[in-house]
Design a protein around this ligand. Structure first.
Ligand SMILES: [Zn+2]
Length: 311
């Protein structure tokens, strides 16, 4: 059996409650093991022995257990055994209509089957974190957003996190130092942006945002972002893009220096951040009511990107 099938089978029990049968003729729906009513598969509480004693089979279809006049064919005694059946109304059988599989979402609504819907149904639902809009927003650059999500969760493989493996390989790890400033080990807070190299990058790019007063400490940046995240103002959107891009390119430079011989100056890295963010901004349409001339000039945004708000 292939890896893919093994994984699909492993989540069988997780997805099973969402896979329902929409009843047409009832002849393609197993009466006991398919889900076609709110009670779930009837096999949950009706044993094979009871099914057989009533003259049915494990393979009986829904059509087999409903009479032509729309009544259940199971024995009256079942209502004593399983009182939940008393309120179960027989489905209306539609001849010549095929039964079909449908996906029901968490609210119990039949919906169009998409991989997104499946994921949304089976994932763990937690409260939204207060930085969600800082990472994911309409104008974001997805690879930068993914990166800053790792930064916020402190999941990058920075040198301080590697130290837990120090016990076995002391010699090499003792020599580790930040490849950008060659001072001590790097860490999330060091790279974004306390490191002298990263601080130069940040100081260069923050002048292009409305975060000019925010120094390069990660906690300060997070505080500013959390306070300004809900605002859809273009300057806040640009700041979010710049923070994400800055962390992305500083991390890229750190890895280039660690694993290749390529090196760029802080100014070159800053310029690359600005160029990348500008390319993204050029796809925006700014509403005229948001106009901020200094911002437009800073980013060299042509006036053709302005859109007049309809009255
Ligand atoms: Zn450093």
């Amino acid at each position: 059996m292939t890896w893919g099938w093994r994984k699909l089978l492993a989540i069988r029990n997780m997805v099973r409650p969402f896979i329902w049968k929409s009843i047409g003729s009832g002849s393609e729906t197993n009466a006991w093991s398919d889900i076609w009513c709110d009670l779930g598969p009837l096999r949950k509480f009706i044993t094979p022995r009871i099914i057989a004693n009533a003259g049915f089979h494990l393979q009986s279809s829904l059509a087999d257990i409903v009479s032509p006049n729309g009544q259940w064919r199971w024995p009256i005694a079942w209502y004593n055994l399983f009182p939940v059946l008393i309120n179960l109304i027989p489905p209306s059988i539609r001849e010549n209509v095929r039964d079909r599989l449908v996906w029901k979402d968490l609210e119990g609504n039949t919906c169009h089957f998409t991989s997104w819907e499946v994921w949304n149904s089976i994932r763990i639902h937690d409260n939204k974190v207060n930085w969600v809009n800082m990472v994911w927003f309409k104008q974001c650059i997805p690879k930068h957003s993914f990166h800053i999500w790792l930064v916020i969760r402190n999941k990058l493989k920075t040198q301080d996190r590697l130290s837990v493996w120090e016990a076995g390989s002391e010699t090499n790890l003792k020599l580790m130092c930040c490849p950008l400033c060659c001072f001590d080990r790097d860490s999330r807070d060091h790279l974004f942006f306390e490191c002298s190299f990263a601080a130069q990058v940040w100081n260069n790019v923050r002048t292009m945002t409305n975060m000019e007063h925010v120094n390069g400490e990660w906690s300060d940046i997070m505080t500013w972002m959390e306070q300004n995240v809900s605002l859809k103002k273009p300057d806040n959107v640009i700041s979010r893009l710049v923070v994400a891009a800055a962390s992305y390119f500083v991390w890229q430079e750190r890895n280039n220096r660690l694993f290749t011989r390529r090196q760029r100056t802080a100014l070159v890295v800053a310029q690359e951040i600005i160029t990348t963010v500008r390319m993204r901004i050029l796809n925006f349409k700014f509403k005229r009511r948001f106009e901020k001339r200094s911002l437009m000039e800073k980013w060299k945004i042509p006036s053709s990107n302005m859109e007049i708000e309809p009255d």
